[in-house]
Design a protein around this ligand. Sequence first.
Ligand code: FAD
Length: 341
Amino acid sequence: MMQAYDIAVIGAGVMGTNVAYQAAREHPDKRIALIDRDKIGAGCSGYAGAIISPISLTAAHQQQTALSRDWYEDPALGCQHLLRQLDTLIVYSDASQETLNQKTDLLTPVQCEVPGWLSPPSDLQLSQSRATLWGNVFEICQHLAYANDSVDVYECLAVRDFKRSDDGWQLSMSDGRTLHAGQVVVAKGAWLSAEEQSCDLIINRKKVVAYEIDAPVDETSPLVYLYDQGAFLLPLLHKQRWIMSITSQQWGCMPERHECEISQEDRQIAETILQQHAPSLIGALRGGRCHSDGYVRERRPQVVASQPGQLVIGGGSGSGFRFAPAVGRQACELLFSNSTV
Ligand SMILES: Cc1cc2nc3c(=O)[nH]c(=O)nc-3n(C[C@H](O)[C@H](O)[C@H](O)COP(=O)(O)OP(=O)(O)OC[C@H]3O[C@@H](n4cnc5c(N)ncnc54)[C@H](O)[C@@H]3O)c2cc1C
């Protein structure tokens, strides 16, 4: 017998799991399918650093960031053990000070512990800003996926194709089954196909890279944000390592593993930054994590109602963890506004 759902969410990264979770909480009577070709959170989300960055490019970024932060920190969500607040140091040049002041919460004199390895050139400034929120994105995705009984989770099962039917959508699964859903949400990250994109949502794939650095971490270690380089060093207490996120310049990178690896160019970027700010860490560079993400002009994910009964979400833009709760809310508003479910 064909399984029938009110909503099918294709892709269970941080976007898809947020949509499924919020839809289930708002409408516990609706039946929801959450489907991923891999394990929950095993796409780009499973590789993320990941922080809610203290830097906001626009007022919309700032507003959505505040919403997301409150959402993650709400004790009712049950994710507090997967989050940490980190003191935040920002290193910047005089030339950047004015733009930085517009993009971040008030900069204050440094009061937290400064890591011994940090030695920025004397012409750079060092300030403290509001604490940064770190989250274990892989575990958060798992938590969101399995938190509601009304969500049926399908892992390691790809949606090969989905087509309109008289009363919704028919989804053809990789194991030969067919599911039916009243509405469909496509949240496939960098796997979003050309057909699934539209003039309102065109993604450019880009590699997101972070190195791991084998240097001591303790409870007082702060996040160090190197503003002019678009890089940050994040202490991971549970791994006793630092993660150094850099801005890779590799566009057009497909998410398949062999197409998305840390390159010599990435290492040069990392070493150049460390040479300037923390030369003693160069020898402690280990492997890292990297994945392709979909980027959009707005630099925050977009939710597009591309056809009746179909939402497409894309454009994590290297900040999907930060914006996913706001995206989930937006998607639910559209799903339940002139609801056909
Ligand atoms: C190294 C690194 C550091 C990062 N740091 C940060 C950070 O500090 N802060 C931040 O906010 N963001 C950060 N990001 C970015 C963030 O991780 C992404 O923006 C976010 O994970 C994108 O989520 P998504 O759900 O759109 O995509 P994904 O997590 O890739 O999810 C898409 C899912 O769709 C599934 N899928 C694809 N095709 C199908 C199909 N046919 N059928 C079923 N399922 C399918 C995939 O298996 C995948 O699980 C970082 C990323 C990386 C790699």
